[in-house]
Design a protein around this ligand. Structure first.
Ligand code: MG
Length: 315
């Protein structure tokens, strides 16, 4: 049996559904938009934008739509416009789809909590979000992040998960690595947002681990969101939902690290460099060894360096 897969835009998907109206089937597999059965071809359209043609007339049927979609698997010699090289690579149309995006911050910072956000961006809201300044936030300074985020959190559905360092340290000591913590939080945040919205076309995760490893980390969880999930590195450049998630996460992190600093009367720098060592040493001198446990990631080398600096200052 031959099989052809096309990736099409949501409007072509609608057109297809209309075209095959008289052949539509009631029974639909999960994640699908429609299933149609002609005398010699079964056509299944998925929320992800993929359309599968199966049966004797698959190629013939797919050809009718080929100019409106991207053919996959690719023909040899043609360059397929996808991001990444795995089966979870997003379709070329991804940036135009209504999607949930997720991203995290605070994993390379000694101070402040690991923070994960999932956010939903409907395609109808894309012009508004662009108007608000939502884009890849890598070059943005904190004041801009804060301003955009304050508008964003009033505009789109999202889930913000903050892992307090005390909890992080205890999980880490039990042997859980950062990758697994991230996976658990991403899955949870996405689940939270998926429950808030009626429908979405895709989920795009800013890739921090190979998809197989990500799903391995989630083994044994009661809910694992798998349907229509795509992974890409630098995903904040690919979809506004990831850009938005990233901005909200950074905003929350900036606020948290600022709050923790004020509570302890020491300004807490981001990252894990020498400025972090001396701030941590100051904290120990002011409040004792235990202070770091609640506000920092103890397995970072900064803990040891800070203690040394504090000890030297004492003698
Ligand atoms: Mg990221």
């Amino acid at each position: 049996m031959s099989q052809v897969v096309l990736t099409v835009s949501p409007s072509i998907m609608n057109e297809m559904k209309k075209k095959y109206n008289s052949h539509l089937r009631d029974k639909q597999p999960p994640g699908s938009v429609f299933v149609a059965k002609t005398s010699n071809c079964t056509i299944t359209g998925y929320k992800s934008g993929k359309v599968m043609f199966q049966g004797g007339a698959a190629e013939q049927e797919a050809k009718r739509w080929q100019s409106s979609g991207t053919l996959s698997p690719k023909k040899p010699g043609t360059k397929k416009k996808t991001v990444g090289d795995h089966q979870y690579a997003p379709p070329p149309t991804i940036s135009t789809l209504s999607a949930i995006g997720s991203d995290e911050v605070g994993t390379g910072d000694f101070f402040g909590p690991m923070t994960v956000v999932a956010a939903y961006v409907d395609k109808k809201q894309m012009p508004l979000l662009k108007e608000l300044g939502v884009r890849d936030s890598k070059g943005m300074k904190d004041p801009e992040i804060i301003e955009i985020a304050r508008n964003l959190i009033k505009t789109i559905p999202y889930s913000l998960l903050i892992l307090p360092n005390e909890k992080y340290n205890s999980m880490q000591r039990k042997g859980m690595n950062q990758g697994k913590m991230k996976a658990l939080l991403h899955n949870q945040a996405i689940h939270n947002v998926a429950r808030k919205v009626d429908a979405y076309d895709a989920i795009l995760i800013d890739q921090f681990a190979k998809p197989e490893i990500y799903f391995n980390y989630l083994k044994g969880q009661s809910t694992v969101i798998k349907e229509n999930v795509y992974f890409a590195t630098k995903a904040e450049e690919i979809h506004l939902a990831v850009a938005a998630a990233s901005i909200i996460a950074r905003y929350s992190f900036v606020m948290e690290i600022d709050r923790l600093g004020k509570e302890n009367n020491v300004k807490l720098p981001k990252g894990a460099g020498p400025a972090v060592d001396s701030a941590a040493a100051k904290l120990i001198q002011k409040h004792g060894d235990q202070v770091l446990e609640k506000i920092a990631k103890m397995h970072f080398a900064n803990s040891i360096k800070a203690k040394k600096i504090a000890d030297q200052a004492r003698n």
